[in-house]
Design a protein around this ligand. Structure first.
Ligand SMILES: NC(=O)c1ccc[n+]([C@@H]2O[C@H](COP(=O)([O-])OP(=O)(O)OC[C@H]3O[C@@H](n4cnc5c(N)ncnc54)[C@H](OP(=O)(O)O)[C@@H]3O)[C@@H](O)[C@H]2O)c1
Length: 454
């Protein structure tokens, strides 16, 4: 691995060719963050909160997978923790080994994914080491990020919108050989150029959540946000929300940011948002008990929104908490407005009063990750410095269990990064001039940000 790392670190100054890179010997094994199939029942009887990713996530030495047609092996410099790492690590709502078994039944090539361990992680920034047969657009030595859409594209169903492919999977969640590792296996259609002004860990942070927020909020496949829209954003300083807030601000909309602490409210303010609701300080109790909601609390929430918007209701609700908030989200949306949802963190059986939906001609739109083009557009906005990574903290590969625990317990802000082959933060920047121009925005979520507390 040392030879690979030396070659990567010299990339900026050396004139190494793709052939030189392709000639670097691959190691027999590499370090990867895994869950183990024989431990899938380890948390039985515990509540969701009690399930501790530090117990289920392992750092193992694993063999380098065989490279197939249309694929690439990538040396991973950095990755990030997404909420799907939490789901995998606590084996909820189901163990991800079922996904791997099902994928393995598709073909002899996909059989490689069906293993007694699952290498997780759905983001990466790194350098291409090898490309498979039929790959022309990418070559060894290319500096890349990878989005996490894995599709087979053999069915016409997915030809307009690759998210509709019947064999659509999230890489590193529903497939093996993910990004929380020193080497990852991807389809080369997942590859995109690494934004040159960012370090490895900054470049790896946006991928999954930025693309998801782009489809959910901006794309016509989602809410199709337009200038002037009032957009209610749950978890506005979290993984998804920190990008939704940026898209709303950059697109001329008005984000109404919901967060749970003064610190998170401060982050939203520094992003440029003005309408912010601290849900803890307001003490909303949308559910009276396990089975009954309290419409008076929906009204109180709606009144707070109107107070912040000059009497207007919201055009779009950016939903993901699910059961706990969904009834309120449907209620506060304006006539003809859209509730766009991509998740159900607090429970997937949503209850809402349908009178407020049909009588007011509102729509509920389901959204999931992003198609190839949407992921590309979302990365392009990062590369152009229009949208910025929201990295707050970086961990080592050994500390991935702790990083995942922090996300599970909502102790984090924005995104948390993981250094894989990168030996320190800040490596991999190729355009320092552009970086200098955007440095305050890039650092906005950092605990040690220079503009913190201003
Ligand atoms: N379908 C997809 O493609 C897709 C993609 C990405 C993520 N997701 C899913 O989306 C969800 C959020 O992901 P994320 O990366 O944004 O996670 P995250 O970084 O944990 O942020 C979510 C934020 O939502 C807020 N929140 C959590 N529970 C809440 C509740 N009960 N009521 C109100 N607010 C609540 C919290 O913010 P405050 O405490 O500040 O309010 C939290 O920080 C996860 O379930 C994830 O699996 C789906």
């Amino acid at each position: 691995m040392k030879e690979i790392l030396d070659a990567i670190n010299a990339l900026d100054s050396s004139d190494a060719t793709a052939e030189d890179f392709a000639a670097l010997p691959l190691p027999e094994s590499y370090r990867a963050v895994t869950v183990h199939k024989d431990e899938a029942g380890m948390f039985e009887g515990l509540t969701t909160r009690e399930k501790d990713p530090r117990r289920s996530l392992h750092l193992d030495d694993v063999p380098v997978p065989e490279l197939g047609p249309g694929e690439a092996l990538v040396a991973v410099m950095a990755s990030s923790v997404n909420y799907n790492s939490v789901w995998t690590s606590i084996f909820e709502p189901v163990s991800t080994f079922g996904f791997l078994e099902r994928y393995g039944r598709l073909s002899p090539l996909t059989k490689r994914h069906d293993l007694p361990y699952h290498i997780i992680g759905s983001d990466l920034a790194g350098v291409v080491l090898r490309t498979g047969v039929g790959v022309n657009a990418w070559k060894p030595g290319d500096e890349v990020v990878a989005h996490c859409l894995s599709v087979e594209l053999e069915s016409a169903d997915g030809h307009n919108d690759t998210m509709l492919d019947p064999q659509q999977r999230i890489w590193g969640f529903e497939t093996n050989f993910g990004g929380l590792a020193e080497i990852a296996l991807v389809k080369t259609n997942q590859l995109m150029p690494k934004p040159r002004h960012l370090s490895w860990e900054e470049a790896a942070a946006p991928g999954l959540v930025n693309s998801t927020a782009y489809r959910q909020l901006v794309s016509r496949n989602g809410a199709g946000m337009k200038q002037g829209d009032n957009v209610l954003i749950w978890g506005a300083s979290g993984g998804l929300g920190s990008y939704a807030t940026q898209f709303a601000l950059a697109g001329g909309a008005n984000p109404i940011c919901v967060v749970s602490s003064p610190e998170k409210a401060d982050i939203c303010r520094r992003m440029g948002a003005e309408a912010i609701i601290d849900r803890n300080a307001e003490g909303y109790k949308f559910w009276k008990d396990e089975n009954n909601q309290d419409p008076r609390e929906w009204k109180r929430f709606g009144a707070k929104i109107r107070e912040l918007t000059g009497g207007e209701d919201v055009d779009i609700v950016f939903e993901h908490p699910g059961r706990e908030t969904f009834g309120a989200s449907v209620y506060v949306t304006r006539k003809g407005g859209t509730i766009v949802t991509c998740a159900s963190t607090s429970g997937y059986e949503h209850v809402y009063d349908n009178r407020y939906l049909w009588m007011s001609l509102k729509s509920i739109v389901g959204s999931h990750f992003a198609n190839y083009r949407e992921a590309w557009e979302a990365n392009r906005l990062i590369a152009k410095g229009k949208i910025h990574p929201t990295l707050s903290k970086t961990y080592t590969l050994e500390q991935t269990g702790q990083a995942t625990y922090d996300v599970h317990r909502n102790l984090h802000q924005g995104k948390v990064g993981v250094l894989c082959l990168a030996t320190a933060e800040g490596q991999g920047v190729r355009d320092p001039e552009m970086r200098a121009k955007h440095i305050d925005s890039i650092n906005l979520f950092r605990d040690d940000a220079p503009n913190r507390g201003e």
